[in-house]
Design a protein around this ligand. Sequence first.
Ligand code: AMP
Ligand code: MG
Length: 305
Amino acid sequence: MVDCPHIRGRSILNQDGDESKAIQPEKVVVEDPPPEPDYPRYRVKPGTSVSLVAIDPEETEHYRKKKDVARELEKQRRRIQALQERLYAENERGMLIVLQAMDTGGKDGTIKHVFGGVNPQGCRVSSFKAPSAEEANHDFLWRYHKSAPAKGRIVIFNRSHYEDVLVVRVKNLVPEDIWRERYELINDFERGLTANGITVLKFFLHISKEEQKKRLESRLDDPDKRWKFSSNDVKERAFWDAYQQAFGDALGNCSTEHAPWYVVPANKKWYRNLVVARTIADILEAMDPRYPPAEEGLEKVRIPD
Ligand code: AMP
Ligand code: MG
């Protein structure tokens, strides 16, 4: 039996070492007891192609308003906070959370609302912009690998190594044979992290083109949001279809058993927050991090005056 790096007492490979039957981390909690609702349905099945037009960004299940999910979201945030503390104390495994979206898709808002209460000791956000000269002089994964989580840590990638098959592809920054090979390089990179005890989770926050227009307009209209407005976002919007295609291919090629992609309906911010929070909490729970054993003989210890 192959030792599982990130689920205590379980193997991500079956006894024959067959990867195709690998246990999916969240399934462990989905089976027993079955949580409601079933967010693993947003998980992209490995080896399938993804057509984003077929996925409704307006989806909110039976919820209608933000207040319908307020208590539920708070519950999930608290679960994450408690489990993160145990993960940190255990100091054996880590978690990498990748956030990708079209411009205005809500990466910043998700970080704020899902992780707002997590102890900053043990949790870090890494944001990636266009590479610096030094970064561009290295292999494309270099800067991401440097930011990967250490044992006990959660790291959130606000944009990620996927930009190197997204903007790079859409804007023709490297030739096709180079970016095409990157899907496999990315899968290998993520497998390497997993083998070292890092659980990798990837969320694509899926908004519609109309929703992006609304959000760009509200950034223009609201003086407190104007700082967020970038004329570049308007230029990028012209490439909407090419980006959707590039995202579909990246999700299809790189959703693996060891590092799944989730497509999160994200037109409603409150629903997006709930899905992301719940998924992270369920997977942390499946990892079952434990406080390390205390030193022996503590009952005899007396603290001197
Ligand atoms: P923002 O997240 O709005 O501050 O924008 C960051 C910008 O950096 C976006 O326009 C990204 O497309 C761009 N960017 C991020 N990673 C890369 C990359 N690897 N190559 C080129 N551009 C990138
Ligand atoms: Mg931007």
